[in-house]
Design a protein around this ligand. Structure first.
Ligand SMILES: [Zn+2]
Ligand SMILES: [Zn+2]
Length: 659
């Protein structure tokens, strides 16, 4: 609930016609003389009325008002500091707000501090938000007179599009804005805020229009919320996977191949470990791996429908007087594998996996480290089943998903998406498929333990999406399990049933990691780069305390290597503490410090990244411990989850796409 202003708003006329007098009359502290915001003197005679917030609103709505109101207050502060500022637009966004300005010079970090101080003053006075409806022409005149060209343009667009009888103005203290609201009652409600950064933004997102300066901020209801959100931002910054990737020498990017990862030896070691885990766990569960081409004539994608629906996301090349496409997903070519020979019911469920190299033509501006790339690999598989096999197969997939996510200490939830308004196929078949998915979820996850997204299915079939939550409370959609009735028709897939007649199988598209690249990025941020031993590029480092024991250090190296450990010796002529510090920075899970005493007893002074100093331990014990952690793929990492700032009802972007 928004608090009521703690001091009555001053009479509008007195406040506006003579701002200095009003300030003197009301201020309990010295108020600096500031240039009047032109707009207010122009609206002094207009009959603004106090804005009143409805009671008992849900938190999300309250936060929305608060954040948007903070944007207005920031605009007022900016105009005070830069009297010639042109004010553009300033919405509330997730966790905060921004406002775009056209300013005489680029803002510095000091400017942000000064703007914050101004905002605090405005908040302290608890100015009432006031509102007024005006015919568009009158409102337009206000902004024309104030020389606010962006506001005039926005107003003209509104008039052109909607021809409204009136438009709404909002005012607090000396700042007037063209705005539909909603706002809070008084400016004091917004005091738990912080300005975060400035970036460039083209007016209306159009690179032919002026580049404006966008100031971002965050705002919350309580000091505690603000503080934990700022802590979250700090942690997220520390854990930025691009930074970790550079610090730990795992991968890099180059402008000559936008959106494609250059894996360094260390990073590629981790990548290979992922792949072998994926292979092992799926082989165990009856999957067969295939490896298909990556370049196809467009005919394949015409048959699958991608060429028409997805062409703008595909890379297309010309050869042999025709178009070729780099494959954006494994589905269509896997279907060619299925139809390459006659299939019998005995083969079903047929589980076919392919970790093919995929390309999608993402806009260069949208590329983001490992999170959004143009070239990647998915832990993709397609399962060809009979109708009767759907439920059991889905149960099996839910089980795989749980096994995989638990391995990385990630929280997860399942979402069932059902038939959308536009769909293909028979409604009865849809009902049956949705029933099978729900039954599998009820039996394996528990009724009420998953979220129902009615009408959110793909047009070719219902699906289960799996959402992860990392230790910063951020949600990621990685896994997806989709039923598809459409592609079996497009590719005329068949199997010969028990009664010797040809029947149509159903395809299940599924990915659990999503793309390995993106999952790797998530894992790096989730663990802050301190990976579990089995994934670490260097699992142990041996540190001799002097060169007298270098031979012993290499002996220990040999023992560990024999036990299957990726081990290094740091026999550089450096101080021991420095070597230890460096190994820690590299997040090596096991560190074995050896001196003459250890050499005599075949021991080492053990330090682990997770637990610190562990004392003198026999090397064969250490080797045993490490090789167990490797073979069991133990998640031997300390994770301290932060509070989540995600709205559980908001939709997050999916990485995997089926069909
Ligand atoms: Zn507003
Ligand atoms: Zn697929």
């Amino acid at each position: 609930m928004n608090e009521a202003p703690n001091q009555p708003e001053p009479p509008v006329a007195a406040q506006e016609s003579s701002p200095e007098v009003a300030s003197t009359a009301l201020a309990t502290e010295a108020v600096e003389a500031v240039p009047a915001v032109t707009v207010t003197s122009l609206t002094a005679d207009l009959p603004f009325v106090a804005y009143v917030v409805p009671e008992d609103e849900p938190r999300a709505q309250r936060l929305y008002r608060l954040r948007h109101s903070t944007a207005h207050i920031m605009a007022e502060a900016v105009v005070e500091l830069f009297p010639t500022a042109q004010v553009a637009t300033g919405p509330a966004i997730e966790h905060g707000f921004y406002y775009d300005f056209d300013l005489p010079r680029p803002l510095t970090p000091e400017d942000l501090g000064a703007i914050e101080q101004r905002m605090k003053k405005i908040m302290k006075r608890n100015w009432r938000f006031q509102t007024l409806e005006l015919p568009p022409a009158e409102a337009r005149q206000v902004f024309v007179d104030a020389g606010q060209v962006y506001k005039v343009e926005v107003l003209d667009t509104i008039v052109e599009k909607f021809s409204p009888e009136t438009v709404t103005l909002f005012r607090q203290n000396k700042f007037v804005d063209l705005c539909a609201g909603p706002h809070v009652n008084g400016t004091k409600t917004c005091r738990q805020f912080k300005l975060l950064r400035v970036s460039g933004a083209y007016w209306r997102g159009d690179s032919d229009r002026p580049m404006l300066q966008r100031i971002y901020g965050t705002a919350w209801e309580t000091a505690e919320d603000l503080e934990s959100y700022l802590h979250f931002l700090e942690e997220a910054k520390k854990r930025n996977h691009k930074r970790i990737g550079t610090d730990l020498d795992l991968f890099h990017f180059h402008k000559h191949a936008p959106g494609a990862v250059f894996w360094s030896p260390r990073g590629y070691t981790i990548y290979q470990e992922f792949l072998s885990y994926w292979r092992d766990s799926h082989k165990e569960r009856g999957y067969q791996e295939i490896y298909n081409p990556i370049l196809y004539k467009k005919d394949l994608y015409e048959q699958s429908g991608h060429y028409h629906h997805y062409k703008s996301d595909m890379f297309i090349l010309n050869a042999d007087d025709t178009e070729y496409c780099l494959k954006p997903m494994n589905c269509p070519d896997t279907f060619l594998f299925y139809t390459s020979k006659r299939r019998s019911f005995r083969e079903l469920p047929l589980r076919v996996s392919e970790g093919g190299i995929l390309h999608r033509n993402e806009l260069t501006g949208a590329l983001n480290g490992l999170f959004r790339v143009r070239q990647f690999t998915q832990d993709d598989a397609h399962i060809f089943v009979t109708e009767a096999q759907v439920q059991a197969e889905i149960a099996e997939l839910l089980d795989i998903a749980r096994e995989i996510y638990a391995m990385f200490g990630l929280q997860y939830r399942f979402l069932l998406s059902t038939r959308p308004e536009k769909f293909m196929g028979e409604p009865a078949l849809w009902d049956e498929a949705e029933g099978a998915l729900a039954a599998a979820l009820n039996a394996n996850v528990g009724e009420g333990n998953y979220t129902l997204n009615e009408g959110d299915g793909a047009f070719y079939g219902p699906k289960i999406d799996i959402e992860l939550t990392d230790c910063l409370g951020r949600r990621w959609q990685c896994g997806t399990i989709q039923l598809d009735f459409q592609q079996p028709i497009n590719f005329d897939m068949k199997y010969i049933d028990t009664d010797n007649t040809a029947k149509r199988p159903i395809v299940i598209h599924r990915a659990i990691f999503g793309s390995f690249e993106r999952f790797f990025g998530i894992l790096l941020e989730h663990t802050a780069g301190a990976l579990p031993t089995w994934l670490s590029p260097v699992q142990a480092v041996v540190v001799p305390i002097s060169d007298k024991v270098n031979d012993y250090a290499w002996q220990v190296h040999g023992w560990l290597k024999q036990a299957g450990v990726r081990v290094e010796v740091d026999d550089r002529n450096q101080k021991m503490n420095r070597k230890i510090r460096e190994a820690e920075l590299r997040k090596v899970p096991y560190m074995l410090v050896v001196g003459e005493r250890e050499a005599e007893s075949a021991t080492a002074n053990l330090r682990t990244y997770k637990d610190g100093e562990r004392g003198e331990v026999a090397v064969d014990m250490i080797a045993g411990e490490i090789s167990l952690a490797i073979s069991q793929r133990t998640f031997d990492v300390e994770i301290q989850p932060l509070r989540s700032f995600e709205d559980p009802d908001s939709v997050i972007e999916s990485d995997a796409i089926g069909y």
